[in-house]
Design a protein around this ligand. Structure first.
Ligand code: ATP
Ligand code: MG
Length: 496
């Protein structure tokens, strides 16, 4: 490890009703991968946003290579060689991949115009190096969340930064893409770049980081050397207590079929996808990015149309033209794309939680606000949503807490079939355990759950069966005895 690249000292940051950072210290050396770890709302993204010039600092000092600096905006941060991959994707949807990668730093021709050819060629080279199978002129809006995340990563490494911050870069990536990212990180490290890595996936931290700094409630807890630490120790530092019984399930024999999907096809996306879901079952869906898992669920839920195929709920054929048809049949879908398809960021926690069930509170055309408020508070408690009150804007919550608000909204509809798309994406270990406990409780009550997840340990430990998708079809249905990472990867990559 090398010289000190970055030092943040005594950093304080307050928001109305929230003390987000209290006297936090953080140091990064060259050639080091340094993790920031902490529960949802611990202050990780806030610290990073201060470094990136997005939030102003209340108190504290920042040193770059020993010199004190003032970072007032994003441009300042860039000029100090800082590049940040933010937790929330900030690409421009109507521009191409190449234009997004080079936005604000376009290569110029001698006469001072944007050198489009060079820009597209360079971008294509990056894409090919990463083996993404994408064309540089594709518009961002036509990419999946995972692909967008890969482009964010490309963008950050494309400009020669000394300090690269990755705020949950892998939250929607599956194993194969994560491997690519790790390869990139190793080569950056070798060049002396310092990397700040934020993730709730513990096994990733153990694999790729050199040091781990733990934060709790805006306070610096401590820094450990990764090689000398264990997951249990990290969890105790994070949550201030030991956490046992991580995955909770009472497995039982499979009951009646509640949902059957027969030969669903959609050109270029789904290819005769079929599966059945039993009462009280958790059916996991595994597969690589682009295998069609979310697309399949969107068709079932009426968010997307399909060309051929049939869906039956409790033996009755379901005519789905839009999500209301699915909701009437007690189907709920928690999307993976909480920003674009889910939450209203400039509305309150309460608005977001109760929006699907508001009609229940109507009495003589007026909303019974006491009841509505109680319901919201119940979910805040049940899912430990970190918010000062029910009126806080969802956009002001930390990423993981936004995810919990979305889950609460759909739980409020009391679904019989609950489709969860990456439900623990960006959620901390403690809250993950809470979500697993709720899932277990729901299936015990006879609810059936479909869970798409790119985190194999989660799929393996929580599912009764696993459907592995490959190129738009259900390639293989696995029973518990057959569960292991290698088998899943085998079918996910086309094995037969
Ligand atoms: N713009 C804002 N206005 C008000 N409160 C904010 C704002 N940004 C962050 N906060 C609050 O500051 C605290 C720290 O949030 P931060 O986003 O840094 O957490 P985090 O550690 O990144 O969590 P996660 O793992 O969920 O991403 C939270 O309580 C959050 O609600
Ligand atoms: Mg965050």
């Amino acid at each position: 490890m090398g010289s000190k690249l970055l030092e943040m000292k005594g950093v304080n940051k307050r928001f109305p009703g929230v003390y987000a950072l209290k006297d936090v210290d953080f140091t990064l050396e060259s050639g080091e991968v340094h993790a920031l770890l902490g529960e949802n709302g611990a202050g990780k993204s806030t610290l990073i946003k201060i470094l990136g010039g997005i939030y102003s600092i209340d108190e504290g000092k920042i040193f770059i290579e020993g010199n004190e600096v003032q970072i007032d905006n994003v441009k300042d941060a860039k000029s100090y060689g800082i590049s940040i991959i933010h937790q929330e994707i900030v690409l421009v949807p109507y521009l191409s991949i190449a234009e997004n990668i080079y936005l604000g730093q376009e290569p110029l021709t001698k006469s001072g115009f944007v050198d489009k050819k060079r820009m597209f060629d360079n971008a294509q080279k990056f894409l090919d190096d990463f083996d993404l199978g994408l064309s540089a002129d594709t518009l961002i809006k036509n990419l999946t969340v995972a692909q967008q995340q890969m482009i964010e990563i490309l963008k950050a490494v494309s400009f020669n930064a000394n300090i690269i911050v990755m705020d949950e870069p892998t939250s929607s990536l599956s194993e194969k893409e994560v491997e690519f990212l790790f390869k990139t990180i190793r080569s950056l490290k070798a060049k002396g770049v310092g990397i700040v890595y934020i993730s709730h996936r513990m096994n990733e931290l153990l694999q790729i980081t050199d040091k781990i700094t733990v934060m709790r409630d805006g306070i610096y807890v401590g820094t450990v050397i990764t090689k000398e630490t264990k997951i249990e120790q990290l969890i105790t530092m994070m949550v201030g207590r030991e956490l046992t019984n991580y995955y909770v399930r009472d497995f039982c024999s499979l009951d009646d079929i509640v949902l059957s999907v027969n030969n669903l096809s959609k050109r270029g996306v789904l290819d005769n996808a079929s599966f059945e879901l039993h009462k009280g079952e958790i059916l996991g869906f595994a597969g690589l990015v682009g295998a069609g898992r979310s697309e399949l669920m969107k068709c079932i839920f009426g968010l997307d149309s399909f060309d051929n195929g049939e869906v039956f709920v409790n033996g009755e054929k379901l005519i789905i033209t839009n999500p209301n048809d699915a909701i009437k049949n007690k189907i709920a879908y928690v999307t993976e794309n909480r920003k674009e398809e889910g939450l209203f960021l400039i509305k309150s926690v309460q608005y977001n939680v109760t929006i699907k069930v508001l009609h229940e509170f109507l009495k003589f055309f007026r909303v019974n606000s006491k009841y509505e408020n109680n319901m919201t508070n119940n979910y805040i408690r049940e899912l430990s949503i970190k918010t000062p009150n029910t009126k806080q804007l969802v956009g002001n919550l930390s990423g993981g807490n936004q995810q919990k608000v979305l889950i609460a909204r759909w739980l409020a509809t009391k679904p019989r079939i609950l489709i969860l798309d990456e439900p623990t994406r960006g959620v901390d270990v403690g809250a993950k355990a809470e979500i697993y406990a709720i899932m277990n409780q729901l299936v015990r009550e006879g609810v059936s759950i479909i869970m798409i997840s790119s985190e194999l340990p989660e799929v393996i430990n929580m599912s009764d069966r696993i459907a592995v998708m490959y190129k738009g079809k259900v390639q293989k249905m696995l029973n518990r005895e057959q569960f292991n990472q290698e088998t899943i990867m085998y079918y996910a990559t086309g094995g037969n």
